[in-house]
Design a protein around this ligand. Structure first.
Ligand SMILES: C[S@@+](CC[C@H](N)C(=O)[O-])C[C@H]1O[C@@H](n2cnc3c(N)ncnc32)[C@H](O)[C@@H]1O
Length: 245
């Protein structure tokens, strides 16, 4: 894959922006000091992810801060759904930047997520709002997520399992309207999974690569890629269907 070849991820150190062995990850952004609680011991439990932060979460959080600072993105008053929030840093930053955010994850991941919202926002120090809610990819969505549809969908390191690709895309399709922009950041650790996701995503979404020149200059990593997706309109899907005949 071209991206893989260009970035040569394996030459670079993984997780250079995080502290995965620590119970807490201190993080400064948007003039706020956050303390992200982690659960390193859960990482040994088979099937459990999201108990500690990964570089792609830091990159996406800092990308949001940088984009708002440079006025290329407005989050104030926008409706945001974060998928696979894990510890919740990305959603927390979106809320500090003024968005009304629903941070989501699997049922057994919500305890740590809610704790992180409590610890960081008990003084109400955010311009928007943040709450945690259960959302399992592929399931039919509750009204709270789709009425109205979000302006932005965020996800960091959510493309890591080939088995989950279809369910993740199903949720992205259900959540996306014509005004919805999706930002996904991911670890370049498995090009097969990433290719499988991109190939399937291209059927329903226009997919762009967010170049590192647009990221926060101090928070770049050759092991991370970022994508922006917008759902194809009915007209585009019709043209695509005709071309395939
Ligand atoms: C690798 S972690 C990334 C966590 C966080 N976004 C970050 O960057 O640190 C993947 C996250 O996706 C969640 N996840 C995995 N499969 C899921 C599913 N089928 N439905 C909802 N969330 C899922 C996991 O529980 C976990 O929190």
């Amino acid at each position: 894959m071209l991206l893989w070849a260009l970035q040569q991820p394996t030459v670079h150190k993984q997780n250079s922006l995080v502290l995965q062995n620590s119970q807490t990850l201190p993080f400064d952004a948007c003039g706020h000091h956050l303390t992200i609680l982690q659960s390193p011991s859960s990482m040994s439990t088979p099937g459990v992810t999201g108990a500690v932060m990964w570089d792609s979460g830091i990159v996406l959080a800092k990308f949001l801060e940088h984009s708002v600072d440079s006025q290329s993105l407005v989050l104030q008053g926008k409706r945001v759904v974060e998928l696979g929030s894990g510890c919740g840093l990305v959603g927390c930053i979106a809320a500090i930047l003024g968005a009304d955010v629903i941070l989501t994850d699997l049922p057994d991941r919500l305890r740590l997520l809610k704790k992180n919202l409590e610890v960081n926002f008990e003084g109400g120090n955010l311009r928007g709002s943040a709450r945690a809610s259960e959302l399992t990819w592929g399931d039919e969505l509750d009204n709270e997520f789709i009425e109205p549809l979000p302006d932005f969908i965020l996800g960091s390191d959510v493309i890591y399992s080939e088995d989950a690709v279809n369910d993740l895309l199903d949720t992205l399709k259900q959540l996306s309207g014509s005004h919805t922009t999706i930002f996904l950041s991911g670890e370049l650790r498995n090009d097969v999974v990433l290719e499988c996701f991109l190939e399937a995503a291209l059927k329903d979404f226009v997919v762009g690569h967010v170049d590192q020149t647009q990221w926060h200059p101090d928070y770049c990593s050759q092991r991370v890629a970022m994508f922006v997706l917008v759902k194809k309109s009915q007209e585009m899907l019709e043209v695509q269907r005709v071309q395939l005949l």
